[in-house]
Design a protein around this ligand. Structure first.
Ligand code: HEC
Ligand code: HEC
Length: 257
């Protein structure tokens, strides 16, 4: 038993310390990696790695760093402070290396072409768009919506476009809308910021917190719509491209690193 633990630890350490992928370029391993990817990764990264809710892993530099070891680390341990979970528990070291081999086989290094003018997009973000009222970038902006300092890494262009035109379609994790009706008939809509056996807390669009004791509440209903307004038809096609170019350029380091 002790031995088995020691061996497991050693294997984990060996995989950790290894800098080169032992199965790099091996066609059979790439295929196994593709299968693992479909099961564990495609819900966020798309069936071929083209991206969806999470970033595309096909095009451009993998921001995690140049080396296979860094990719291994990101997949095994996750990226702290982001939605990227760790798979060290679900996959063996071998499995992770095969996924790395698969990613290498489909990734084309180089910077993807992004139409639009980043500087103009930044201006729109803080002026016409009013995005900064609800979103923080770096140290500036509001706190009602998710911080966007890293959004260019976390989302594909397609998903960003959708977030702007159709925010209700896929509400960001941790930003679920709820409506609370109190016993005296008031209805308050906001983002849920905590609930326990006795109370519930909401943040409304004016960034005001509301705290309710459960005994004072008639109902708590989840809402499917987002509290972000839709910007469909607000921007010209060119303005939207500019805005997307700005968002794509927001690639701050992960908070946990
Ligand atoms: C729950 C959704 C989700 C799942 C499942 C998921 N990822 Fe991720 N992944 C993300 C998100 C979101 C990011 C971007 C994190 C960030 O940098 O803000 C990411 C980032 C990454 C990165 C870094 C990309 C870069 O540019 O460096 C790699 C590599 C990666 N994921 C691989 C995988 C692999 C392989 C799997 C399956 C074993 C997987 N992911 C499963 C959501 C997910
Ligand atoms: C009234 C506040 C408000 C304004 C103004 C606003 N947003 Fe949002 N935004 C939110 C909220 C709340 C969410 C989280 C719910 C959701 O995902 O729909 C969100 C989500 C997002 C997301 C998805 C974030 C993620 O982590 O997936 C993006 C991207 C985004 N907003 C961009 C913008 C841009 C660009 C503008 C300006 C054109 C803008 N927002 C204006 C409140 C706002």
């Amino acid at each position: 038993m002790r031995n088995a633990t020691a061996i497991a630890l050693w294997t984990a350490w060996a995989a950790w310390a290894q800098t080169a992928n032992p199965v790099a370029g091996d066609p059979a391993s790439v295929e196994v990696g593709r299968g693992i990817f479909r099961i564990y990764c495609s819900p966020c990264h798309g069936i071929r790695g083209e991206g969806g809710k999470g970033p595309s892993l096909l095009q451009g530099t993998l921001h995690t760093g140049g080396s296979d070891a860094e990719l291994y680390q990101a997949i095994a341990a996750g990226i702290p402070g982001t939605e990227m979970p760790g798979f060290g528990g679900a996959l063996t070291a071998d499995g992770v290396w095969r996924v790395v081999a698969f990613l290498r086989s489909v990734n084309q290094p180089g910077t993807p072409f992004i139409p639009g003018d980043r500087v103009e997009g930044e201006r729109l973000f803080w002026t016409k768009g009013g995005c900064g009222q609800c979103h923080r970038v770096g140290t500036r902006g509001g706190r009602f919506g998710p911080e966007l300092s890293r959004i260019g890494r976390a989302r594909t262009l397609q998903h960003l476009r959708e977030s702007i035109e159709n925010p209700g379609r896929d509400v960001a994790a941790g930003f679920a809308t709820v409506s609370v009706v109190t016993r005296d008939g008031r209805r308050i809509v906001g983002i849920e910021r905590g609930r326990d056996n006795f109370s519930v807390r909401l943040l409304d669009a004016q960034e005001q917190y509301h705290s309710f004791l459960k005994e004072d509440v008639q109902s708590i209903q989840p809402e499917t719509r987002s509290l972000m307004p839709s910007y469909r038809n607000v921007f010209t096609a060119k303005e939207l491209d500019d805005l997307l170019a700005y968002l794509a350029s927001l690639t701050a380091a992960a908070p946990g690193r």
